[in-house]
Each structure stands twice: as C-alpha cells, then as structure tokens.
Write a protein that binds this ligand. Structure first.
Ligand code: DGY
Length: 322
C-alpha cells in the first residue's frame, strides 16, 4: 500500500519532491511561508513520513498528530536543533538530516564572511553606493590581513575541515578544537588544541558545532575576552552558540576586531533587526550558508532518499548522530 508522506513546504529546489510523489502519496502543505503548527498537525494525521526544513519544530505534538503510522522525519537541513530527539526515540521515529552535501557550500560562505569582516567589505560597498568615494585615501577602510593569519576552528567535522582546506590557499595556520577530533591532522593540516589555546592564538575564530545544550553560549563574555583584540569571530552554525549581547559589547568596546555572522539567536528578524545588523564591524547575512541551487537540491534529494529508505525498511543513509 502506498504510504503517506507530508512535506511542510509545497515546493522545494531540485527534483526530490517529484521523486517522493512518484513513490508515495505526497501531501503538500501549500500555503505561503511556513505552516502554523495546527495546520501541520491536521495534515500529519496518518503520515508515515514527514519532510521538514531545519526551522520546523519537530516535537511530541507533531509526532503524536501523525500517530503510530509515523516512521521517519527527514530534515532537509544539517542542523537539528528544532527536533525533540527524545520524543522521536520514545515513539520509534527515525529522524534524518543532510550532512555532507552542504559542507563545501557552507565553507565557501564562511570564507566570504571572513573576508567581509576582516576587510570591512560591507562598509566599503555601502560607502561607494552612497556616493562617498571622493578620493583615494591611504587610511580608508583599513582592514586586517587574512593571508598568513591563524584560523581557529571550533568544531572539526565536515564543514570545519572544508574551511581548513580553503585556509591552505590563504597560507593560514590552522588550529582546531573538537572533542570528537582530538588529534592533529595533515589532510588538511591542522593542529588540535584546547579551547583556551585556540581563543588565545587565533586571528579568526570560526564556529562549526551544532547547537545543543552543551554548546549554547559556548562563546560568551569570558571567551570573547580571551580572544585577541585583533581577532574576528565568524559563525555559520547556529546563533545560539554565541551570546549575542556579549558579542555586541565586545565589538563595540574593541574587545575583538570584528565578526561575521550568518546565523542569529532569533531568526528570522523581519524589520525587528538585531543590533548586530548594521553594527559597523559586524558583517551580517540572512542564514544563507547552504544557499546555492545545487546544494539546496542535493539537500532535498538526500532528505527524500532517507525517507524512502526508512519507508522501504532499509537503514537511512544519514540518521541523526547518536
Ligand atoms: C542547515 O542545513 O542546518 C542550514 O543551516 C539550513 O537549515
């Protein structure tokens, strides 16, 4: 019998949804934006699978709304901080995500943020666009070099390693801190250090850890104070890993040189902008780390593969890590 699968968005990049529609009874939430929980719960009843985005809440209420038929929730995202893992485990529901396919694209964006923040690209661009480029001055928009600097990666999984590979091209020395990757590596070259050493020695600190209770506010006032006053903090992981009030204070008071952020404690922002947006030494983007056509299509494809695998009684390719 064909199994029912709910997708929380009517349309997604690539051909993944068409594949899912060919192999299941696909129910699409078909509104604009993002469904309210009540709408989702009504549609979920009797589903065997649910395809979600990273910003959907996968909680006991949704799982119970689907009921005992539910076998799998496939996230088209790497991050899984919106998932109540305990509730899923209690109900025997497999939850999958999409590591790997977005690592290179997110690493590209990480480097964009490093360049934007250290070379003050946003301020320079705004000045040009506002018609303030009236003279070449030796001391305008002076930034800090990236080549030859020390990069400190907090988290050395697929994305962290992809950033480390790019750093080789910039002649950077790379340090990493990751309890799951405790050793030095040659491919790519990186020295394993503890967090205090990384914060003290890095010119650029880049965060690549998932948001979990253990990583919430991993970078707060004390960690920012431990960084060099010439350092840049970059994050393409999750906003909650940084205490944003402490970061704002640190950049305003000159505790660190700059920051580059793609992720925030509160997302999305609409017109109610975080004070970090528009702060002269903070480069900000609206959570676009994996936003290329090919990568978003690959994320949907992998989510669909995972869902079909579980529905067919096979192990999922990329379940959430244990
Ligand atoms: C991810 O995959 O986690 C990205 O942040 C998009 O949700």
């Amino acid at each position: 019998m064909t199994q029912r699968v709910l997708t929380t968005r009517p349309d997604l990049p690539g051909g993944g949804l068409d594949r899912l529609a060919a192999q299941s009874e696909l129910v699409r939430w078909d509104g604009d934006g993002k469904p309210e929980p009540a709408e989702l719960h009504a549609l979920a009843a009797g589903a065997s699978g649910i395809l979600c985005l990273g910003n959907d809440r996968v909680d006991a209420a949704l799982l119970d709304a689907a009921g005992p038929s539910l076998k799998v929730v496939g996230l088209a995202s790497m991050g899984f901080d919106g998932v109540d893992r305990e509730a899923a485990a209690e109900r025997g529901v497999v939850v999958t995500h999409t590591p790997g396919v977005l690592a290179e694209t997110t690493a590209d964006l990480t480097f964009s943020l490093i360049l934007m923040a250290r070379r003050r690209l946003g301020a320079a661009r705004d000045s040009l666009a506002a018609g303030r480029w009236d003279l070449f001055r030796m001391d305008d928009y002076l930034g800090l070099d990236i080549h030859g600097a020390t990069l400190g990666l907090v988290g050395f999984g697929q994305i962290g390693r992809a950033v480390a590979r790019r750093a080789q091209g910039f002649g950077m020395r790379v340090l990493h801190h990751d309890p799951f990757a405790p050793d030095d590596t040659q491919d790519p070259p990186s020295k394993a250090v503890d967090l205090p050493t990384l914060l003290a020695e890095a010119d650029v600190v880049s965060l690549h850890v998932p948001l979990t209770p253990g990583t919430r506010h991993l970078i707060g006032a004390a960690e920012l104070a431990a960084m060099k006053s010439t350092a840049t903090l970059v994050s393409t992981s999750r906003g909650g890993v940084i205490d944003e009030n402490a970061l704002l204070h640190a950049v305003r008071e000159g505790g660190i040189h700059s920051a580059g952020l793609d992720v925030y404690e509160r997302e999305p922002m609409g017109t109610d902008l975080s004070p970090l947006v528009g702060e002269p030494r903070v480069a900000t983007l609206p959570h676009i780390g994996s936003a290329t056509e090919a990568t978003r299509a690959a994320m949907v494809d992998l989510a669909v593969d995972n869902i079909l695998e579980v529905l067919e009684g096979r192990p999922a390719t990329t379940p959430l890590p244990g």
